[in-house]
Ligand binder design. Structure first.
Ligand code: GAP
Length: 430
């Protein structure tokens, strides 16, 4: 019997959500490529996040900064010194582990073999600019998008003139030379982050931390994620990142156990102060009245790929021999699929094509005329398409179609000219 994770991995591969990276060359461990449906689902997650936290918020500004940054950024931010993991290797099976992740630090958790002394391992990927490999041109791939927002703090203040509290938000790739990987897309070498740096007054940390806890939770509930599989967990002092005075994670109950989904950190004025000191630029906030000061920062950070993984895990349902992915309609790669009842009846195909060609201008919709109607429903259920629309012989007379719901399997008749507004209302939750 496959467990849920194995089922998801095989569904993701067979239906074009996620493929192993560089597969034709034997793959590259812990890298994945998103296929046509996966690319759509990932994009929908990011768009929905951007809509909610940037477009619909007066005080949060979107930003899009470079992955490659001056190496001094990572010295000032503390990453060169502190973004390191203690690595141990089993002398018997040669597997590597992060020592701080092990309960028993003396024995290999896989084979019980003796472990080596821990060695510090830099978590940032290094590369170099230019053809020669001289040290001066050595740079890093960013491990978090946050620093792009801190180094542009002054630019945004000068151009947007925001007053506190305000936020900067960014979606982009982060890269980490992780020691322990695995569990499909849970922990990979590169991943998409959706981060907000929320700048506040020096005494407002507690208040905004609590506010963001509520907002992060609500985002997941609105995506339809099962609340029973979510919990908050506060980091112990020695577990927190070097920049954080307080961190809490939202954890999800994955098939392999509770694991970090998102993080919320109170970064105080750590980053702005350090960048100001090391760059010589004044990164203080100058209020209309009173002395300039370094704003404090509360940072809600959301992993896009982990969001993707939980939408598949949470949405995966098996019922009476059918598999259906109960994805939120806003996330579903296709909002509807259109079929002619019989593919060998040109009058049905013609009408169904007309409907399809009209709808595809407004929504991502699928076309299917293969096999019988049952098989088509089955295929669309598996990829999470919320509605299937069938053109039959009655359509030619009554100008209506059958619309079938993915979750309830209930079928209704609906007039052709009402399909678009039906979908629009359903998708927006009206
Ligand atoms: N700027 C804050 C920061 O980087 P983090 O908790 O280290 O915080 C943010 O990372 C989020 O990115 C995590 O909550 C998780 O969702 C995701 N994430 C972190 N490492 C990851 C990895 N190796 N693969 C996939 N997602 C990862």
């Amino acid at each position: 019997m496959k467990n849920k994770m194995e089922k998801i991995v095989s569904l993701a591969k067979s239906r074009g959500f996620i493929y192993p990276g560089s597969e034709i060359y034997g793959g590259l461990a812990n890298t994945y490529d998103y296929g046509p449906l996966g690319a759509e689902l990932l994009r929908n997650i990011k768009n929905l996040w951007w809509e909610r936290f940037v477009e619909q918020r007066e005080e949060i500004f979107g930003i899009h900064t470079s992955i490659l940054m001056n190496p001094k950024v990572w010295e000032s931010s503390g990453h060169v010194e502190s973004f390191v993991d203690p690595l141990v290797e089993c002398k018997k099976c040669h597997k590597r582990f992060r020592e701080d992740h092990l309960k028993d630090k003396a024995k290999c958790p896989d084979c019980g073999g003796e472990l080596t002394e821990p060695k510090l391992f830099q978590g940032m990927f290094k590369t170099q600019i230019g053809a020669t490999e001289n040290r001066g041109a050595e740079i890093y791939l960013r491990p978090e998008t946050a620093q792009g927002m801190f180094v542009n703090f002054k630019n945004v203040i000068n151009t947007q003139r925001p007053s506190l509290p305000f936020g900067l938000a960014q979606i982009g790739k982060g890269f980490r030379n992780e020691v322990t990987l695995g569990n499909f897309i849970f922990r990979t070498l590169e991943f998409d982050m959706m981060e907000i740096e929320y700048f506040i007054g020096p005494k407002e940390g507690e208040k905004y931390f609590e506010k963001w806890k509520k907002e992060m939770w609500k985002w997941l509930i609105d995506l339809g994620i099962d609340e029973k599989k979510l919990r908050w967990r506060e980091h112990e002092k020695d577990e927190r990142s070097h920049y954080s005075d307080r961190t809490e994670d939202i954890e999800y109950k994955f098939p392999f156990g509770w694991g970090e989904l998102y993080g919320l950190a109170y970064r105080s004025d750590y980053d702005l102060k350090n960048h100001s000191e090391k760059s010589g630029e004044d990164l203080r906030y100058h209020p209309e009245e009173g002395e300039p000061f370094f704003p404090h920062v509360v940072e809600p950070t959301f992993g896009a790929n982990r969001t993707f993984l939980i939408t598949l895990l949470d949405g995966y349902n098996e019922e009476e021999g059918r598999v259906f992915l109960k994805l939120h309609p806003k996330l579903a790669p296709y909002k509807a699929a259109i079929f002619p009842l019989l593919a060998n009846k040109p009058e049905l195909v013609k009408k169904a094509r007309e409907i399809y060609e009209d709808l595809i201008k407004k929504f991502p919709v699928a076309w299917d005329e293969r096999g019988n109607i049952g098989k088509r429903y089955f295929a669309q259920d598996e990829i999470g398409t919320p509605w299937c629309i069938t053109v039959d012989f009655d359509t030619l007379n009554d100008k209506s179609v059958t619309i079938r719901d993915r979750d309830t399997k209930k079928q209704d008749r609906i007039a052709i000219d009402k399909i678009a507004s039906f979908l629009e209302n359903k998708i927006s939750g009206k």
